[in-house]
Design a protein around this ligand. Structure first.
Ligand code: FAD
Length: 319
């Protein structure tokens, strides 16, 4: 029996590949099915085409060229149903004891024995904080949902990636007065190519105020201080959407005995071919493998982990 921690696309793909080899698995998920995708912005569209998000050879047909969050939720639920995967939801893994072929996995609800473990916990549950005064005010959000509640409000978006750009454009189009603070001289090169001209033109014409090479210094109930190359400025503010990225749960990985590289990437140490970590019998899969470097790995290029892991486990279980 293999325990897979996390029911994201890659956790599901791994369970499917194991099932195809006749190996039993159980997925333990702390939230709902594909919890990260569930928590994406409501109107989010993937940058990948649907065929690149497919798992288990099940066709993913979307209405447009790029699937929506809603379509992805339905697709992954149907894939899990089709393969009759064994999944326990709302059950968080908190500890792993024992060793290869004889692990005990402890959750918030109980404990399970298994021979191998696959950690497929992603990164979306832990936000990168700005570490500035006022960050804990309720008006500061690290997860953007949908635009309506920001209508006619002074909204400051922090960040220069896709999440920041989507939040800035959506809230602007819903009547918010939007400013965007970007740490670097320009937006990230990874911003969706069909969206980039839109935000750049809105900034150029002044509909959205852009502060580049700038950082938030302090957030107060009605204002935010921003450090810009021209000096500090204070702007009126009702909401801060801090789209500053996310990172894997390093605390859990350390607790599970997974070594991390000691550079700024903090990548888990694993065998590139098998995905087995330094803790024998414990594998990593999906975007958790990238450590802090979260913009390099996606569903697209980590789906293949499922086959590598299932192949290695099959080899080991069958001697
Ligand atoms: C806004 C956004 C848009 C994206 N768009 C694309 C795209 O277009 N194309 C693409 O390829 N990628 C995209 N990505 C990246 C990729 O989709 C996600 O990171 C993807 O969900 C990664 O899959 P995963 O299975 O590795 O991890 P996740 O989907 O993050 O799944 C991890 C799961 O583990 C669970 N979990 C965590 N800790 C525990 C625990 N202790 N116990 C039990 N369960 C736990 C979580 O609740 C979660 O359900 C996007 C990411 C974001 C944030």
């Amino acid at each position: 029996m293999v325990i897979i921690i996390g029911s994201g696309p890659i956790g599901l793909a791994t369970a499917i590949e194991l099932k195809r080899k006749g190996i039993e698995s159980l997925i333990l998920e702390r939230g709902c099915l594909v919890n990260s995708i569930y928590n994406y912005p409501v109107n989010m569209t993937f940058f990948s085409t649907s065929d690149r998000l497919e798992i288990g050879d099940i066709p993913f047909i979307s209405h447009g060229p790029k699937p929506t969050r809603k379509e992805a939720l339905e697709y992954y639920r149907r894939a899990a149903e089709h393969y009759e995967l064994d999944i326990k939801l709302y059950e968080e893994v908190t500890a792993v004891d024992g060793s290869d072929d004889n692990f005990t996995v402890t959750t918030t609800k109980g404990s399970y024995s298994c021979s191998k473990i696959v950690l497929a916990t992603g990164f979306y549950g832990q936000e990168n904080r700005m570490n500035v005064p006022g960050e804990d005010l309720p008006k500061v959000l690290h997860y953007y949902d949908e635009p309506h509640r920001y209508a006619w409000q002074n909204v400051l978006v922090v960040g220069g990636g896709n999440s920041a750009v989507d939040a800035a454009l959506e809230t602007y189009r819903c009547g918010a007065h939007v400013s965007i603070v970007v740490k670097y001289p320009e937006l990230k090169p990874s911003v969706k190519y069909w969206v980039k001209p839109d935000i750049e033109n809105r900034i150029r014409e002044g509909s959205v105020t852009g502060y580049f090479n700038s950082e938030v210094v302090e957030i107060r109930e009605d204002e935010v201080d921003i450090r810009t190359p021209e000096g500090d400025v204070t702007i009126e503010n009702d909401f801060v959407l801090a789209m500053t990225g996310y990172h894997p749960h390093f605390g859990l990985m350390k607790k599970l005995g997974i070594a991390l590289t000691d550079d700024e990437k903090k990548m888990p140490v694993f065998n590139e071919e098998t995905l087995e970590t330094n803790r024998k019998g414990l594998y990593v899969a999906g975007v958790v493998c990238g450590g802090m470097d979260t913009s390099r790995l996606f569903i697209e290029n980590t789906r293949v982990h499922a086959q590598h892991i299932a192949g290695d486990i099959e080899k080991k279980l069958n001697g």
